[in-house]
Design a protein around this ligand. Sequence first.
Ligand code: SF4
Length: 347
Amino acid sequence: MQGIQKNLLDLHPDEINRIMVSRGERSFRINQLLEWIYGKRVLDFSRMTSLPAQLQHDLATAFKLTIPVIKERTGSSDLAVKYLLQLEDDNLIEMVLMPYEGKTTLCLSSQVGCQYKCKFCATGRMGFQRNLTVHEITGQIFIASCELGERKLTNLVLMGMGEPLDNLENILPAINILQHEKCFSFSPRRITLSTCGIVPGIYRLAESGIKLKLALSLNSAVQKKREQIMPVAHRYPLNKLKKSLQYFLERNPYRITLEYVMIRNFNMNREDILALRKFSGDLSCKINLIPWNQVDGSNFTKPLEKDIETFMDALRGMKIAVTLRESRGTDIQAACGQLSARACSRR
Ligand code: SF4
C-alpha cells in the first residue's frame, strides 16, 4: 500500500478486497473495514477500533477518506434544506435534502457547473468546470446521512448540478457503490438519474447493465420550442431521443419519468399537449409536471393555477400517469445552481 494517497471511497469493494488480500488480510477484516465506512459512516482510520493498530496506520498512510465539507446550509419553509458544499480544490457544488410524504430524498450533483445552458437553469449559466469524482458523488450521501441522524435517507435523485450522463466514468462506479450490499445498499428503484437528453449517454447507460430509474427533462415535445429552452436539443433531436429511450426501456425494468416544467405562455397550449401525447403515447412512462420555479434574471414566468388545471385536464385522457410536483424550496433558491452561482459571485 505504497505510493500516492488515493481516496478509498473511490474504490469498489472488490478493489478494496483485492488490496487487502494482497497484504494478507482475511475476509472478516475486509468486512470490518467496509462496516466502519459504510455501516457506521466512520471516515477516520484511527477510530476503527476493531482493526489492528498497524492496519489502521498502513491504511491511513496509503489512503484518504475525505468528502466535501458543508460551507452553507439553508432551510426552507417547506422543509427542504439546501447545502452548499466545498470540494478539496475549493470548487462549490450543491445538494438538497427533501423530507416529504414519508420519504427523505437527496438531490445530488454530478458535475461542477454544466455545459448545456438550459434557459431555465442557474447552473447552466455558470458554465462547465469539471466532473465530480466517485467520492465527491458518494460523499454527498455521507453528509446527508450525518445531517439526518436517526432518520433514514430513502431516495436519491441525480438531478442537481451537472449532466450525469456526461460523467458516466464516475457515475457508474458511484452507483455500483450506492447499490452494493456491503456499502449503501440502495435498491435500484430508489435511485433516479435525470438527463437533459444526451442520446449516446442513454445508450451507454442502457448497455452498462446498471438498473435504476431514468428521468428525462423534456419540457417541450415540440422540437423548435425545446431547442429554444434547451440548446442540447439541436444536437439530440426528439426523434433520436425517443429511440434511445425505447432502447433503454428494453433493458431496464422501470418506466421513464418525463419531467415537464410548465412555463406560462410558452409550453402549455394545444400544440404542446398534442405533441406531448404523441411523444409519450407509446412509451412506458409517467409525466411529472412542475410549475416553473423563478430563477433570478429569467424572462419566464410561473403559470397561473387555472392554466395548470387546464393543462392537466387536457392530459388526463391519456393512459399515462400524470403527476403534479410542487417546486420545492422556492424560498431558498432550490433550483439547481442558484446557491453556488450566488456564492461564486461573492468570491
Ligand atoms: S438543467 Fe441540467 S443539463 Fe440543463 S443546464 Fe441545468 S444542470 Fe445542465
